[in-house]
Design a protein. Sequence first.
Length: 271
Amino acid sequence: MKRCHQTYMIFLRSLVLALVPILTSSCAVLDALNATPTLSAVTETPTLTPTIVWFPPSVTPTLGALSTPKPPTPEMRPGLGPTTLTDDFSDPTLWNTAKSDQASADIDDNRLILSAESKVYIFSLRRDLSASDYYAEITARPNLCRGADSYGLLVRANAVAYYRFSLTCNGNVFAERISVGTRELLQTPLPSGDVPRGAPGEVRIGVWAAGPELRLFLNGRFQFSISNRNYPSGTIGVFLNSAGETPAVVSFSRLTLQEVDYKLPTATPKP
């Protein structure tokens, strides 16, 4: 009986020793299940997903302005050749000079000076010269000039007949044919920015002559063209006309003549 009791006690001790680890583990599991979870902040880096652009922008080409081809500017002084005459107005015998109470034409300091009292017209021609086709240029300087007073260049001239290209002191240009005291207006007055308004001033006057056509230039710029067959040749001259109630004075210098070798185009015959 005693032996049985000892055996039973040994069995209980062994059973307790075997259950301790199991109970300990079970308690740990229960503690883990009953524990309050700790929240930790987790920062998540978002993944960049590319945005699909269904209609991508494109560079719109700039349409260039379509330029209309311009025709070449016609040469208004064709056929110019070498210089045939240069006059620096150092020789008084080459020009008509005169003096009176009403007007005077005098050469002084390499200038031909024309002066005229109120409503007086005076001109001077170069002696020993006759030409037909040429380009003539001369410098004019109005020293006393106002309103409708006029001055300018005479071409294909003689003492009683010539073509007269006029500049007025109020800024106009025009052309006439003079014949024995009568005049024919070939170009009505036109305003020009190249004409000096009054005095003092300076302008380079040029006339291109070929056959019946005569073209006026001021400071190298074309002004207008006339056509007339009455005077095929003659000399060069200058003039001054005081149209108002006051005197007028203009000087001229640096005359040059160039050859012109040019035939005007023949007009197409009409059927």
